[in-house]
Design a protein around this ligand. Structure first.
Ligand SMILES: Cc1cc2nc3c(=O)[nH]c(=O)nc-3n(C[C@H](O)[C@H](O)[C@H](O)COP(=O)(O)OP(=O)(O)OC[C@H]3O[C@@H](n4cnc5c(N)ncnc54)[C@H](O)[C@@H]3O)c2cc1C
Length: 434
């Protein structure tokens, strides 16, 4: 199992391997990967996808993934099936361990602490230096902390890694008092899992109805109401302080209430890991700035996934995505750019989430345009966003995966659809997508 550091590609401090391409000579159009080794920093979804795509399309140079977490694994199950114990660590690995040997992808279990793009050098926490013709930064994000008194207490939990999920899992037992600060996607999923497993859950968020920008108001209300219906104590307030007395935490809220808990999970979003790029002099703006080929401001460094933010040729800086599919797409784009292949076309962005046995999906833009809601017996099951010319720009469903796939085709093809048919639950969306 090639999960530990090997000496392939490693050079002593200060040295440059013969295969390294120095600064300024490599660019997307010149297929730099064809001339040297590729080192991927971060073995999450974007980093792993980059390696997988490079091999899929026949790149035969050296590929290395460096990540302190070792064997790459998928994160969405950490708040779902892995957290409730129905999926094992082996099952959340992207591929079986022998894939790395069979595909000659080297895994190095270490963290990169320094990057010198002009020299093609990476410095590892363990003290070694690696050379790279091309570096791909797929560093993801770190959990945001609360800037309040007690926000830095060491016992507060977060959920980004498998180790975080293991720690949380051990605390989700019947009767345990679990407070979750943040009712976004991850907070809501953990609340659902913890409530199902018999914990006493309090869910705190200052936003009365979270997720409106992702799924629209009607579906967001239905989703948020599920917490209370499943016995979760939902509090709409700011968290202003956290204190600890022995094993017990007290959370003070802006409405004057206080909550006591055995476990506190802080799930208030992520901060992109831009520090390495900033220290290396790469352009950043709440994310590592990349062009549409995912090349950073240095021609030998690419970035993808949660950490990357696309700046178009006209200077428009796009919103950074923090979803599974966009991390996959980022990795695909990097590999295509490095191999000189046409960039894949991805269409409208898509995400999903699960809670209390229901499956939520959303595609495209659920913020702009005019809303149309589809209800069954008065219960909203799907929502759409329409431009004034009749084009759909966004769609979201609860337990409606087929409809979302059809909506995605409608959006990507720019089809004009009849709003009345969209609102009518008897009309199958796939008929409108033809
Ligand atoms: C609990 C959870 C549930 C989620 N559920 C969903 C969902 O239901 N639907 C959905 O669409 N999305 C979901 N997501 C989001 C999705 O998983 C992320 O968008 C995706 O993992 C991003 O991939 P990434 O490769 O950019 O970053 P990550 O997966 O975060 O990987 C980054 C990697 O970089 C490594 N790294 C960081 N710094 C260094 C360094 N200095 N040196 C070396 N390596 C480093 C880290 O160890 C990490 O392994 C979820 C995320 C989490 C955490």
């Amino acid at each position: 199992m090639p999960a530990t550091a090997s000496t392939v590609g490693a050079v002593s401090p200060g040295a440059v391997s013969p295969g390294a391409v120095s600064t300024g000579t490599a660019g997307a159009g010149e297929v730099p990967a064809a001339r040297g080794n590729i080192v991927i920093v971060g073995g999450g979804l974007a980093g792993f996808t980059t390696a997988q795509e490079l091999r899929k399309y026949g790149f035969d140079g050296r590929v290395t993934i460096i990540d302190p977490e070792g064997i790459p694994y998928d994160r969405p199950p950490l708040s779902k099936e892995y957290l409730d114990g129905s999926m094992t660590a082996a099952k959340i690995a992207f591929v079986p361990d022998d894939w790395y040997r069979d595909n000659d992808v080297e895994l190095v279990t270490d963290a990169v602490v320094g990057l010198r793009p002009d020299e093609g050098l990476l410095e590892l926490a363990g003290g070694r230096t690696y050379s790279a013709a091309t570096t791909v930064l797929a560093l993801g994000g770190r959990a945001r902390t609360l800037p309040i008194p007690g926000g830095d207490l060491p016992g507060l939990l977060q959920l980004r890694t498998r180790a975080d999920a293991d720690e949380l899992r051990a605390r989700i037992v019947p009767g345990a008092r679990i407070a979750i600060i943040g009712a976004g996607l991850i907070g809501a999923e953990v609340a659902s899992t913890a409530a199902k497993d018999g914990a006493t859950v309090t869910l705190i968020d200052p936003v009365p109805v979270p997720l409106v920008p992702l799924v629209g108001a009607e579906l967001a209300v239905r989703l948020h109401d599920m917490h209370a219906a499943h016995g979760v104590d939902v509090r709409c307030a700011m968290t202003t302080a956290i204190t600890q007395q022995g094993a017990e935490y007290t959370i003070t809220l802006s409405d004057g209430a206080s909550i006591t808990a055995d476990t506190v999970l802080v799930a208030v979003g992520i901060v992109p890991q831009t520090g390495l790029a900033e220290r290396a002099g790469l352009a950043t703006d709440q994310g590592i700035l990349v062009d549409e080929a995912h090349c950073t401001s240095h021609p030998a460094v690419y970035a993808a996934g949660d950490v990357a933010r696309v700046r178009r040729a006209d200077g428009t800086v796009l919103r950074r995505h923090e979803h599974w599919e966009s991390a996959t797409h980022g990795g695909q784009n990097v590999a295509a750019a490095l191999l000189g292949r046409p960039l894949p076309e991805h269409g409208a962005s898509w995400m999903w989430s699960d809670r209390y046995g229901v499956h939520v999906e959303a595609v495209g833009d659920m913020v702009n345009g005019t809303p149309i809601v589809r209800t069954v017996d008065g219960v909203p099951v799907a929502a759409f966003r329409m431009e004034s010319d009749g084009r759909m720009i966004g769609a979201a469903t609860i337990d409606g995966g087929t409809a979302v796939r059809a909506a995605r085709r409608i959006i990507d093809r720019g089809l004009i659809v009849d709003p009345q048919q969209l609102a009518d639950p008897s009309v199958e969306l796939k008929k409108l997508a033809r």
